[in-house]
Ligand binder design. Sequence first.
Ligand code: DHB
Ligand code: FE
Length: 282
Amino acid sequence: MTTLTTPTAAESGGSATEVFRQSGKLGAGADISVERAQALIGDAIKAMNDLAERHALTYEEFNIFKAWLIQVGEDGEWPLFLDVFLEHTVEDISTRDRQGSKGSIEGPYYVKNAPTLPTPATLPMREDEKGTKLKFTGTIKDVEGNPLPEAVIELWQADEDGYYSQFASGLPEWNLRGRVPVDAEGNFEINTIKPAPYQIPTDGSTGKMIAAANWHAWRPAHLHIAVEAPGHQRLIQQLYFPGDEHNDDDIANAVKPELMLDPQPNDDGGETAVYNYRLDKL
Ligand code: DHB
Ligand code: FE
């Protein structure tokens, strides 16, 4: 077993940029109309100029901004930065019309093609994986209450040290990641560990910006979930744990009251958390 090292911004940022490149999302958008492009680009540039005017931006600050933008790209941190500071609004807008379960941001650390494990499943983990055992169970139904036996629930999360496999060195490739098809009644059981709070890498350009503003870089502990079923909208979600000191000041603004778990001690010396899903039709 390799030893765990602190993930650096270059490591997690570079990997996040690479994952985005390979996700097929790059290069999309050829169908955005000129009118739409003008509205978005025009307003973005106006917002920057309004800000400069409002705060009487100096040349020194202008150059710091330029240097910082260059550095974010060199660190590969655009996925991290945008997912922390903008994705929550895009997510809210895109799921506004849903009746079913609430979603949340995807963040930069989803990786396709995680191992598929039958329910009851145990996520791939190290023999000595640290952390409180967590049994996560529930049922996946449509908004009318019919079970969806063809649904698949996918989970990815940080370990007890706050690190994601494939974005920090020393972790097995698929550690704490898995896809779990539900049973014939739409039920799933996933055995894992409780994740730790996650801190955005502090040594990169996003971390430096956060430090310059004297903010903290923490996200509360969370499970990342994706749920899909034929004929239904894919749900991307995060679930949180009561009592986390960052539930109320998540740097990524991605906590919602509907996403709070209520884990209870179980007979295995761990905790059980239940979450029942409702998926909207396509
Ligand atoms: C980021 C990391 C996360 O784990 C997450 O859930 C959201 C955003 C980030 O570093 O950008
Ligand atoms: Fe996360």
